[in-house]
Design a protein around this ligand. Structure first.
Ligand SMILES: *Cc1c(COP(=O)(O)O)cnc(C)c1O
Length: 458
C-alpha cells in the first residue's frame, strides 16, 4: 500500500455517537407493505389481536407504518453499550488479495457472545416483555443464534426463557445448546411431548428430526397456554427490522464521519431483518429522493424466496398460527434442502424488504453454498475473522462486485453486513474443506408444488 491510509482499518464510533432512536423505514415508503391479516377473518390484524401472542409495545410497533423514529429506552442503550457501537471495518487486506481498486467496508455484528446481530432485537424484545410485567417468553431456534441471543437478553432482565430447538440441531449442535443453558434458558428439543401440537406430530411422524415450523407452533402454544408468557420472533417481523436499524444508522454515521459515500450496499437475506436494518437509513434517503445506492440482497440458491418466490399472502409459520403476511415466499410448507446456512432457511421474507424489492429499490441474487464457503475461507485467511455461513453470502457478492471493479477500473465503495461469526459451524467448514459439500437447488417443480398451497386471499 503506497498511499497513506486516511481511513483507519476500523472506524469506531464513540458511545455518544450511537443512535438514540430506531428508524422505521415504512414511514418514508409511499407504497406501504401490505397489512398483516388475521388468518381466520382475513381482515387486517389489530393491536389487540396480536397482543395475545406478542408483547403489547412490540405489537404497536409492528403495526405502526407512520412513525419514523422510536426512542431507544435507556435500559436498552445501556445494554447496547456493552457491545456497541460495532466497528465498520475497511477490508484493506481483502482488497489487496483481490487486487481491486474498490474500497470494501464491512459492518461487523459478531462481537458479542451470541455471535450475531440478533442480540440487537433480542434485548429490545426482552425489555418490553419485562416492562409489561411478564414472567417469560417462548421462542424457537433452528441453527441456534436467535435462541442464544434471546437467552442472553432474558438473563439480563431476569425473564424466564423457553426455547424450542429443532431436534436435529439440539442433537448436532450441543455447544449452542449449552451456551443457552449457561444463560439460564430452558431448552426443549422439538417436537416434544410438552405441547399438544408436539405430541400430535410425534404420534404422526415417530422419530422425526423436527422442523422450524413445528418448533414455532410449539413455542406459540407454550406462550398462549401459560399465564404471563408471550412469544417472540428473531426476524421477519417489522418490529425486528426497526430494532436492527441500529446497524444501518451506525454504518451511516461512520461513513459520514469520513466523507465516504457508499455505492453498493450488500446484505444476506434470511427473514430480511439484518438486511432491512442495514439498508433502512439508505433506503430512506432513496425514498425521499436525496440519494441513490445499489442495494443487493443475497440469498442461498437452496432457499431463493426473493429471486424465485411469489409475492403473495402466506403464512409466516408452518403451523399456520401467526398472521398472514404479503411477502416473497416459497410457500410455508417449503422444505429447503440441507444447507449449512441455517439462518437463511426461511420460506418467506420481511414484508418491508419484499415491498422495497417489488418497487425496484433493491436487487436480489442467489449464490450456491460451495461458492459461499470458498469466499468464507478467503475472507478468514485475509481479514482474520471466521465468518458465519450466512454472512458469507454477503461476502461472496461483495467479492464479485469488487472483481467487477477490477475489470472496469472503477473505485467503488462497497459496504456489506458481516452479521456474525461461524465458530459453531465447523461441521460445515469441515465438509467444505474435505470436499464433500454439495449444492442443492430446488427445481421449478419443487417450488411450484409448495406454492400451490399458499392460502387464497382476495
Ligand atoms: C439469523 C442470521 C442471519 C439471517 O438474518 P435475517 O435477519 O433473518 O435475514 C444472518 N446471519 C447470521 C449470522 C444469523 O445468525
Amino acid at each position: 500500500m503506497s498511499a497513506v491510509n486516511e481511513i483507519p482499518y476500523k472506524i469506531y464510533l464513540e458511545e455518544n455517537e450511537m443512535p438514540d432512536k430506531w428508524y422505521n423505514v415504512r414511514a418514508d415508503m409511499k407504497n406501504k407493505p401490505a397489512p398483516l391479516l388475521n388468518p381466520g377473518t382475513l381482515k387486517p390484524v389489530t393491536v389487540e389481536e396480536i397482543s395475545a401472542v406478542f408483547c403489547e409495545e412490540l405489537s404497536k410497533m409492528e403495526l405502526d407504518d407512520t412513525t419514523a423514529y422510536f426512542e431507544i429506552p435507556e435500559e436498552i442503550r445501556n445494554f447496547y453499550k456493552m457491545y456497541r457501537p460495532s466497528p465498520l471495518v475497511r477490508a484493506y487486506c481483502l482488497e489487496k488479495a483481490l487486487d481491486t481498486p474498490a474500497h470494501i467496508y464491512y459492518k461487523f455484528e459478531g462481537n458479542n457472545t451470541s455471535g450475531s446481530h440478533k442480540l440487537n432485537s433480542a434485548i429490545a424484545q426482552a425489555y418490553y416483555a419485562k416492562k409489561q410485567g411478564l414472567k417469560g417468553v417462548t421462542t424457537e431456534t433452528g441453527a441456534g443464534q436467535w435462541g442464544t441471543a434471546l437467552s442472553m437478553a432474558c438473563s439480563y432482565f431476569g425473564l424466564d426463557c423457553q426455547v424450542y430447538m429443532v431436534k436435529v440441531s439440539y442433537e448436532q449442535k450441543p455447544f449452542r445448546r449449552e451456551v443457552m443453558r449457561t444463560y439460564g434458558a430452558n431448552i426443549t428439543p422439538s417436537p416434544s411431548m410438552t405441547t399438544e401440537v408436539g405430541r400430535k406430530i410425534n404420534a404422526e411422524f415417530p422419530g422425526t428430526n423436527g422442523s422450524l415450523g413445528c418448533a414455532i407452533s410449539e413455542a406459540v402454544e407454550a406462550a398462549v397456554s401459560q399465564e404471563g408468557y408471550r412469544y417472540v420472533l428473531g426476524s421477519v417481523l417489522s418490529q425486528v427490522l426497526i430494532h436492527q436499524s441500529v446497524i444501518g444508522l451506525e454504518t451511516k454515521t461512520a461513513l459520514d464521519k469520513y466523507g465516504i459515500k457508499a455505492d453498493i450496499i450488500i446484505g444476506c437475506a434470511g427473514g430480511g431483518s439484518n438486511l432491512g436494518g442495514l439498508i433502512s437509513p439508505f433506503a430512506g434517503e432513496m425514498l425521499r429522493g436525496e440519494n441513490n445506492y445499489r442495494i443487493i440482497a443475497v440469498e442461498p440458491a437452496s432457499c431463493p424466496s426473493l429471486t424465485r418466490g411469489k409475492y403473495v399472502y402466506d403464512f409466516c409459520d408452518t403451523g399456520k398460527v401467526c398472521p398472514l403476511a404479503k411477502m416473497y415466499t416459497l410457500g410455508s410448507g417449503f422444505m429447503p434442502s440441507p444447507s449449512h446456512a441455517g439462518g437463511l432457511r426461511y420460506h418467506g421474507m420481511s414484508s418491508i424488504v419484499s415491498q422495497l424489492y417489488a418497487d425496484g429499490l433493491i436487487e436480489a441474487t442467489s449464490v450456491e453454498q460451495t461458492e459461499v464457503f470458498k469466499n468464507a475461507v478467503q475472507f478468514a485467511r485475509t481479514e482474520g475473522i471466521l465468518p458465519a455461513p450466512e454472512s458469507s453470502h454477503a461476502i461472496t457478492v461483495a467479492i464479485k462486485e469488487a472483481l467487477k471493479c477490477k475489470e472496469t477500473g472503477e473505485q467503488k465503495n462497497i459496504v456489506f453486513g458481516l452479521t456474525g461469526t461461524g465458530y459453531f459451524d465447523m461441521y460445515a467448514y469441515q465438509s467444505y474443506l474435505d470436499g464433500t459439500m454439495k449444492d442443492y437447488i430446488p427445481t421449478d417443480e419443487d417450488i411450484a408444488k409448495s406454492l400451490a398451497n399458499v392460502p387464497k386471499v382476495d
